[in-house]
Design a protein around this ligand. Structure first.
Ligand SMILES: Cc1ncc(COP(=O)(O)O)c(C=O)c1O
Length: 452
């Protein structure tokens, strides 16, 4: 029996007992579609009654294996008993006192933890918000405030959030911008070392990275904005929504050199890749020597409670009282959950990510040998992606097949999500065990055999 089953007392394998969706889920979906905003992107019909570890029980008592963790949010698993206890204890003390105006320990303790674990000197300061987009808004505003410059450079296929500043630096999907323009001015887009043959026809990821950096110097700086008007680059150390794309280290190190040469700040958006997901607390640590000036975190930070953080060097976070604030950011209950999340990461969970990440990746690679529609297996730790193509030889992207695979896995009890044009992401709770990966890969293989 795995640790997980011991801690949560429940099946660690999927059990589908009704037609999907079952009757209670059907009724919920009907009510939901009556009252909820149609802008939400619901895919397959999953409801949730409760969750434990990497398992989700729907309203009709069907049990699913969760390899998406509420989009990489439930880092310590659904309702980890120790996280729940920390939340309950804090909730019994006080729920809110506005960290904008008053002092409480959890906020300062968590800020210290973030300052000490992020790359570079711990001499940093932290601004708390409630979400990824708020963390990025803070970072974008801070970069303008500190440098006195107006422009930003971000990267194609990146996703930073849906409020106006974050949306303006995102280029993940055109639908996210449709009918919302004009956006924030002063944003220029550069190329991320994507599937390296796509844009620059490069032979290697490193050659592609160099071509991406050259594009910034030769085109953006010469034709669109002088570098001394650029406040910051905003970059994901591993692109999330863009397709779980990991650049070669030379890209981020080269970007850092370019930034330092021109006095431009680097904002690393670790909203999806951070908090242990890659087997390091921060994905930036995967690239030795990469020390972003500002870093943002959210999603897995508080194991499922809303919390965002913008962490910057103290000399950069130099804005005056009143220049930026929020009512709920750094809520004491969320801070308690985040401190417990750190404690769990440091006491075995991070090691579990490394071991289970290697196990999952090797099984996905072995599956790719058997299934010709898997084009590439990539990523680090438990942030892994597979690309779906018509065939490996043709390399033609197969987005429709990808969508059908994701849906069909649901009907077999496995929860996964797409990302990018034609990729599937695996971002399970960090508590998964080998037996669960065996189940997940077996389901995926059965689905691939049925559909491909
Ligand atoms: C890298 C990245 N940044 C920012 C965001 C936005 O976070 P939120 O939805 O909490 O605003 C996301 C969400 O998917 C993300 O993946």
């Amino acid at each position: 029996m795995s640790n997980q089953a011991a801690v949560w007392e429940g099946s660690i394998h999927p059990q589908i007992k009704t037609e999907l969706p079952g009757p209670k889920t059907k009724a919920l979906i009907e009510k939901d579609s009556h009252y909820l905003s149609p802008s939400y992107t619901r895919g397959y019909p999953l409801s949730i009654q409760r969750g434990y570890g990497a398992m989700v029980v729907d309203m009709d008592d069907n049990v699913f294996l969760d390899y998406c963790a509420g989009i990489a949010v439930c880092s310590t698993g659904h309702s980890h008993p120790e996280v729940v206890k920390a939340i309950q204890e804090q909730a019994a003390q006080f729920l809110h006192m506005s960290g904008t105006d008053f002092y409480y320990t959890g906020m300062a303790d968590l800020a210290q933890k973030l300052a000490e674990t992020t790359p570079g000197s711990p001499d940093k300061k932290v601004f708390f918000g409630n979400s990824g987009t708020e963390a990025n808004e803070a970072a974008l505003k801070l970069a303008r405030y500190h440098t006195g410059r107006k422009n930003y450079i971000s990267f194609y296929r990146s996703f930073h959030g849906r409020t106006y500043g974050s949306m303006s630096v995102s280029t993940s999907k055109a639908i996210q911008r449709k009918q919302f323009t004009p956006l924030m001015p002063g944003v220029f887009h550069a190329h991320y070392p994507y599937f390296y043959r796509d844009i620059f026809q490069s032979e290697t990821p490193e050659a592609c990275a160099q071509a991406c950096l050259n594009y910034i110097e030769d085109y953006i700086f010469k034709m669109l904005t002088p570098p001394d008007e650029v406040a910051a680059f905003i970059v994901e150390p591993i692109q999330g929504e863009g397709g779980y794309v990991m650049p070669p280290a030379s890209f981020l190190i080269g970007l850092q050199a370019l930034a330092r040469k021109h006095g431009i700040l680097i904002i690393a958006d670790e909203v999806q890749a951070g908090m242990g997901r890659t087997g390091q607390i921060w994905a930036s640590q995967l690239y030795p020597g990469f020390e972003p000036d500002i870093m943002t975190s959210a999603k897995g930070l508080a194991s499922g409670l809303p919390l965002g953080a913008c962490i910057a060097r103290s000399d950069i976070m130099d804005w005056a009282p009143g220049s930026h604030a929020t009512t709920f950011g750094g809520n004491p209950v969320s801070c308690a959950a985040a401190l417990k999340t750190f404690e769990l990461l440091e006491n075995g969970l991070l090691e579990n990510v490394r071991v289970q990440g290697t196990y999952l990746k090797s099984h996905l690679q072995a599956l790719a040998e058997r299934c010709d529609v898997i084009g590439e297996v990539r990523g680090e730790g438990l942030m892994l992606g597979i690309e779906i193509v018509e065939s490996r030889a043709s390399k033609i992207k197969a987005p429709d097949l990808r969508n059908r695979i994701v849906d069909e896995c649901f009907y077999h009890g496995l929860l996964i999500l797409g990302c990018g044009e034609n990729s599937i992401r695996f971002s399970p709770p960090l508590v998964i065990c080998q037996e669960q990966t065996d189940s997940a890969v077996a389901i995926l293989e059965a689905v691939l055999k049925k559909l491909a």
